[in-house]
Design a protein around this ligand. Structure first.
Ligand code: SF4
Length: 150
């Protein structure tokens, strides 16, 4: 994986390790997990079982609109090498939850959690538990710190 494995990575990514946590908002690169597809309503639909993307997918995805705006990808969390890393944890999911909670008309989805393929290794779930999963479908990957919420 290249040093751009995380959209906010500042330096080289870590080598693969099945024990490490996964970033659920990573770049479209060979070997990344295709976590979900952004629907017309802006809400992510998750894919399960897990799919790893190959050269062909990456090439075709980059032929259209920015792939990170149309899909969600997952790669190993690079922790302090990421611009989103704040005081020992991922700041992006914290801000996504804060943004959601500040919108009076917005209520976090309740009920069953999304059927994503990475929960057992997800950085956001490790930090925030099921609250992360309630706002996660509304996050569209950006290089900027603030996540998109509808
Ligand atoms: S926050 Fe929840 S729904 Fe989103 S990728 Fe992590 S475990 Fe899956």
């Amino acid at each position: 994986m290249s040093e751009d494995g995380n959209p906010n990575a500042q330096s080289a990514a870590l080598p693969g390790n099945c024990a490490e946590l996964l970033c659920p908002s990573a770049r479209c690169e060979v070997g990344a997990i295709l976590l979900g597809i952004v629907g017309a309503d802006g809400v992510v639909g998750y894919l399960s079982p897990q799919i790893q993307i190959d050269h062909q997918f990456v090439r075709q995805a980059h032929a259209g609109r920015t792939p990170e705006r149309r899909f969600r990808f997952s790669q190993p969390c690079v922790e302090s090498r990421c611009l989103q890393w704040t005081e020992g944890h991922c700041g992006l999911i914290d801000r996504a939850l804060q943004a959601a909670e500040q919108r009076p008309a917005f209520t976090l989805a309740s009920g069953a959690l999304p059927r994503c393929s990475i929960r057992h290794r997800c950085r956001w779930f490790a930090q925030q538990g099921s609250r992360a999963c309630q706002v996660c479908p509304l996050v569209v990957t950006e290089k900027e710190p603030a996540p998109d919420l509808p």
